[in-house]
Ligand binder design. Structure first.
Ligand code: GRF
Length: 195
């Protein structure tokens, strides 16, 4: 069966990419295959993870390069996994309802401009929240504003540091990213079937 071609955009350590690679290897992403990893930085450890998994990699410094590399790989769905750049509108127009992102909070809380990485968890703790979590959502022209695909909650404990909360949230990110990808793939196949 033809598998949907997935490109993963990264900028950092790539633990979400690794989780996706591991789930694919375990047969838990049956209708898709990761065919390309594109990084905004040549020093991203995510690139080493991709090479080790035998996945084609490239570095794209501009959004034009990103689009060229996406097309060159025959990309059908894009996963943003710790990608720290804002996608150009042209890319979003080229891949409508085909781009998903993982954000380390329960959207619509603690998301949008300036809410990334440790800042998210610092704000959750400062906000006195009793729970946090991660959200997989479609990417549209806004920042973290696309339709939510699924989310997963984790508790916030008394005395939690941002680092401890980040680690707890990251664990659940690793669980829901593959599930979110499967939902997006199902929706794409349903729409293609409908055409
Ligand atoms: C994760 O916390 C993710 O939610 C956010 O950036 C971080 C990426 O981590 N978008 P990694 O590079 O996947 O380890």
């Amino acid at each position: 069966m033809k598998k949907i071609k997935v490109a993963v955009l990264v900028s950092g350590g790539g633990t979400n990419l690794q989780a996706l690679i591991d789930k694919e290897k375990a047969g838990m992403v049956p209708q898709a295959e990761i065919v390309k990893v594109i990084s905004s930085r040549e020093d991203a450890f995510a690139l080493e993870r991709a090479v080790k998994a035998g996945i084609a990699t490239s570095v794209a410094k501009t959004q034009d390069e990103v689009l060229d590399q996406l097309k060159g790989a025959g990309t059908e769905i894009i996963v943003l996994a710790g990608y720290m750049k804002v996608l150009a509108p042209e890319i979003i127009e080229n891949y409508p309802n085909r781009i998903i992102n993982i954000h380390p909070s329960l959207i619509p809380k603690y998301c949008g401009k300036g809410f990334y990485g440790m800042r998210v968890h610092e704000a959750v703790i400062a906000g006195g929240e009793r729970e946090s979590g991660a959200t997989v959502h479609y990417v549209d022209e806004g920042v973290d504003t696309g339709k939510i695909i699924l989310s997963s909650k984790v508790p916030v404990f008394e005395g939690d540091t941002p680092e401890k909360l980040a680690a707890r949230v990251l664990e659940t990110e690793h669980e829901i990213l593959a599930k979110g990808l499967n939902i997006a793939v199902d929706e794409l196949l349903k729409n293609q079937g409908g055409q």
